[in-house]
Design a protein around this ligand. Structure first.
Ligand code: GNR
Ligand code: NI
Length: 171
């Protein structure tokens, strides 16, 4: 098991589109375990492979209180969004310290493969719906701040730059 380095917005690497997983082997299982370890270590509820510079369509999530319910979604696809939308506060391990409301479809029907390559359908609502939409955005090169106004995006970039300068000055 190893901890992976999480890329931070506005790193252009986060803007790439991740490619489909085609080989379901032990390397994939190891990647998923490393991603889960990295997510738990960073106190996140989800992580997309692109955030750790792996350009594959892999997502790990754990929404449980005791952090004992790891979920793995390979090649996830949204089949149909609900018409109703919902606003939810979102944060991102690649945008540290920022928490903003985002409006998204309330629920969706989708499909994914598990780590063995078997296909599953799902109906996601609540926090799973929010988190999976956030993670699928990552796989398509999008970050949750893309859903915010230009003004808010510019403020966030300035705040992150300021914090970076501060942490460099301390070191
Ligand atoms: O840890 C995370 N919390 C979170 C809260 C609300 C909506 C989405 C998320 S995902 C985020 C981890 C992360 O950055 N995943 O890409
Ligand atoms: Ni994120």
């Amino acid at each position: 098991m190893s901890l992976l380095k999480i890329l931070e917005f506005p790193d252009p690497k986060l803007r790439q589109r991740a490619s489909e997983v085609t080989v379901f082997d032990n390397t994939l299982k190891t990647t998923c375990e490393d991603m889960l370890e990295t997510m738990y270590n960073a106190k996140g509820i989800g992580l997309a492979a692109i955030q750790v510079n792996i350009l594959k369509r892999i997502i790990v999530i754990d929404l449980s209180e005791n952090k004992n319910n790891p979920l793995i979604f390979i090649n996830p696809e949204i089949i149909k969004f609900s018409d109703d939308t919902k606003q939810h506060g979102e944060g991102c391990l690649s945008v540290p310290g920022i928490y903003e409301n985002v409006t998204r479809p309330n629920s969706f029907i989708g499909k994914f493969s598990d780590v063995d390559g078997d296909d599953h359908q799902l109906e996601a609502d609540g926090l799973l719906s929010v988190c999976l939409q956030h993670e699928i955005d990552h796989l398509n090169g999008r970050v949750f701040v893309d859903h915010l106004s230009r003004l808010k995006q510019e403020k966030i970039i300035r705040k992150l730059q300021k914090e970076k300068r501060r942490s460099l000055a301390e070191a």
